[in-house]
Ligand binder design. Sequence first.
Ligand code: GLA
Length: 729
Amino acid sequence: MRHPAVFAVLLLASSAVSVARAEDIAVETDNTLMLLKSVPGDTLKFVYYGPRLSDVDRRAMLDDHDPELVNYGYPVFGTTDGAPYAMQASHADGNQTLDLAVTAVRRGPDGSVDIDMHDRKYPFKVCLRYVPDRANDIIETWAEVSHSEDGPVRLHRFDSSFLPLEQGDVWVSRMHGDWASEAFLLEEPLRPGLLQIKTTDGVRNSHYARPEVMISLDGRPREDSGRVIGAALEWSGNFSLRFDTESRRVHRFFAGALAEPSHYTLAPDSVMVLPRVAYTFSSGGKGGVSRNFHRWARAGHVHGCDKPRDILLNSWEGVYLDIKEPVIEKMMADWADLGGELFVLDDGWFGVKYPRDVDNSSLGDWRTDTRKLPHGIDGLIRKARGRGLRFGLWIEPEFTNDPSELFEAHPDWVLRAAGRPLRYGRGGTQLLLDMTNPAVRSFAVNLVDSLLTAHPGIDYLKWDCNTFMLNYGSTYLADDRQTNVQFDYHRGLLDVLERVRAKYPDVVIQNCGGGGGRYNYGLMPYFDEFWVSDNTDAWQRLFIQWGASMFYPPSVMGQHVSASPSHQTGRVVPMKFRFDVAMTGRLGLEMLPSAMSGEERDFARAAIATYKELRPLMSSADLYRLHSPYGDSGVASLSYVAPGAADAVLFAYKVRHRQNMVIPRFRLAGLDRDALYSVTELNVWPGSKPRKPHGSVRSGAWLMDTGLRIDMPSEYSSAVFRISRVAGE
Ligand code: GLA
């Protein structure tokens, strides 16, 4: 796994600062370039981030730059120009200023660059690290802080990265939401002052604000054109993405773990590895940025991205906590009949002394409730196997309840603020375990280990997380380290995941955070997929999935067909629309299959078979978002185009409905203009005729310039068309 050892010890080479030679520092990818400069006797300077430059232009940027536009590479408090800063620290003797000078620049064979900066007075060091992924045009960067002062240093601000942006018609696209309404896309021009995107939830850092942002440099953001920077903070804890604009000419962008309300106390001779920020740049609009991130995700930044995802039935919305063995077995039988591949038993299966009948007990007591499942988990696994299904299980390893046997045995394992009554989350009883404590971390690792050892037939785990950090204190951390609890919780969580993955690289693990509350690139290297939202209403999912797709490949997004009326919104949506929406990601079902009519079942069976055919294409394809549901056209559409443009699939939906409304044409993108493509409608409702232009052949140029006219007569009309290059063309 690529996360550096989080508790590593560093020996500072030397605290004496020798003045570095002037050095141009270039971090390059196939299409982008980041330029920094270390000037003798001076601090690090940031010069440029954008498309690759010719040698002439690069030289000019470095030698002849506009001094107003060249910034500190990593501004710190106390000695730089008084402008907003990325780091502030109080030294062991109380001095609250930093003064960093470059002491070494190291280049790796992979194009990575490490820049060591030492304080001129104190044995305090910041190493800025840059790692390019050349092919995917991503540059990851972060800072590592260490010191060998006489006592601890307190860090009051510790951003991972700083990026100055020239002012102009700059816009910010970000995702904001709530439970069951995650990742709602917001776009606004950047103005002077402070725009801070942050979360203080403590555990699930992306229910509300998300830790990713796009910055459009050429005015109102567009999907297919304009220069856009994308930034994703790889961190599951509280974060801050901050645009701080005081002076004219530049916006200052900072990304990192949120330091407020407490400082971090850093012991001598230890390293604080700050979370990575992944940047990309594209001249091809937001779509270009998304495609870079999707490819990078598939290159290893989402776990197991090379494997196809099973089509699953999750028990939650079908039975909730009311698990009964015969009902579950019937669900599995029906699911196998529809062509399903995996059955996931959600919450409610565990708890012996305190059975999990309501969501207010039992977390931590991961023993099967044999009242509900007399033949245990193994009995279910046998039944699943007998039907040709794989089997998955829900867990929530970071939590317990009061009451639970775990809490009775280890009341000191939960986070708690000394001298304060406990504050409870979900169910009025849920408590967060203290992942700063190695014994608790081992408990979480052993939980997974013992489940997978006792039941080797478990192929999939849904790892949930359903409450905030409410008690800011740890009985494990020393009194003078209490303020480290938020940051160290997440380092502890990474340690747990690292150990789980070291032993179980092949078990599929879903990241769930009370819906879409916790997917981020800090965690996704350990998870195969994420649950996008507890809201499975297909219409609202169009908006939520659109927002999620800005940074994440849809093939790792859990998208389930659920009952109508929707349990969340009450909306009544036809089965076809529900499938057409869910099939753009990792398809699943979240309802009792027995609640479907015969016709719905026939459709579902055929749609699942179709999805199996499309899955290889969609898990490696480039996503082109065509019509935004957030826009004014009344429709939404997106397409997936295979590498080499031999194959594509178009999904189109009516998101608003009124009599005689004009439906725009669906113009594709990313095809080969000169090739001929056959156009085939998929997911046709039983007994209906395919719509025009089903069965026709069109050129790539026509499909992209003129586009398909698709009949969408009624509310919740939707369509899926496969666009395949005609053999021999
Ligand atoms: C969270 C998840 C749901 C379900 C429940 C179970 O809300 O997002 O999918 O697993 O927990 O309690």
